[in-house]
Design a protein around this ligand. Structure first.
Ligand code: CP
Length: 325
């Protein structure tokens, strides 16, 4: 249902990005355009950041109904560097706490001439619901939807892999951690498969194994040491305790690190030039050893830099697509 709705509303009639709800129906060409545009917003360290007045006079509202550091800060900076006014709704002080529905919140802000809503929510389907309800000139960007989708993270991860590895078709990618509850894994796999990656190995500890129907064409295993040989990219994921509804029989963090943590010793099983990724926030010495996170193969800081550039690209492209509506 959510995917059908997204399919109806995400792209303009000429295939341009009206909203960003999911990567599932995006074309390789559109992703390549986003990667190229995001690259154009990168600047060397120490230089002033890129600016582009494409959103001058426009308003972007950040509505984060779940915690965030990276996504929220980078969307705010991205919108400001594109010339927009930015509203960061303080959810804990908003009228949703008094029972106002999410759509009434949206209609209220839309009446203040918001052009783009950036939305993170713990419930599945909320970005699609909002996209189906806003006025035609308004865009909705999914900044993290339950365990379903995190498309801007998926795009910044593709950008980072592309910078280091060039092509996607011959990549071997290992993703290890709480796959069952990870929207990052969902979007990364969707994006990689669109770009032609065939060798995707998902390493899920017990209790974290995803529904295999959600991950067609991947290898799902619980054997990290067996999955690492030949890997070009190794992405570690946090345990998503906030999404655990059942009283999970969790191993201790020490046991978890011993069996599933990405350590320097384990990383030696991957290709010598494998890159190490993590979407953040990290739990050091649980899913990833501190020395690996800070080590020469880590591109974790670069993921953050790319996240800002990618969010600038997305905002710019939805604004430019307004001509098609
Ligand atoms: N990767 C990510 O979404 O981080 P935040 O929760 O800090 O936004």
């Amino acid at each position: 249902m959510a995917t059908e709705l997204a399919h109806c509303t995400q792209l303009t009639p000429s295939g341009r990005l009206r909203h960003l709800l999911t990567l599932t129906d995006m074309s390789r060409d559109l992703i390549e355009e986003l990667l190229e545009r995001a690259e154009s917003y990168l600047r060397p360290p120490g230089e002033p950041p890129a600016r582009d007045p494409v959103l001058r006079g426009r308003t972007v509202a950040n509505l984060f109904f779940e915690p965030s550091t990276r996504t929220r800060a980078s969307f705010e900076l991205a919108a400001k560097r594109l010339g927009a006014d930015v509203l960061n709704l303080d959810v804990n002080m908003s009228s949703r706490k008094k029972g106002e529905s999410v759509l009434d919140t949206i209609y209220t802000l839309q009446a203040m001439q918001v052009d783009v809503f950036v939305v993170r929510d713990a419930s599945a389907g909320i970005p699609e619901l909002i996209a189906a309800s806003v006025e035609p000139h308004v865009s909705v960007l999914n900044a993290g939807e339950a365990a379903v989708s995190h498309p801007t993270q998926g795009l910044l991860d593709l950008m980072t892999m592309h910078q280091h590895k060039g092509r996607f078709d011959r990549l071997s990618v290992v993703i290890v951690g709480d796959i069952a509850r990870s929207r990052v894994a969902r979007s990364a796999v969707e994006g990689l498969q669109i770009m032609g990656t065939r060798d995707i190995r998902l390493v899920a500890p017990p209790g974290m194994t995803p529904d295999e129907k959600l991950y067609p064409g991947t290898t799902i295993t619980s054997d990290l040491d067996g999955a690492l040989p030949g890997a070009d990219v190794v992405m570690a994921l946090r345990i998503q305790r906030e999404r655990m509804t059942e009283k999970a029989q969790m191993m201790t963090t020490h046991e978890y690190h011993a069996k599933y943590g990405l350590t320097a010793e384990r990383l030696m099983r991957a290709t010598p030039d494998a890159i190490v990724m993590h979407p953040g926030p990290m739990n050091r010495d649980v899913e990833i050893a501190g020395d690996v996170a800070d080590g020469p193969q880590s591109v974790i800081v670069q993921q953050v830099t790319n996240g800002l550039a990618m969010r600038m690209a997305i905002l710019a492209m939805v604004m430019e697509a307004r001509r098609d509506r």
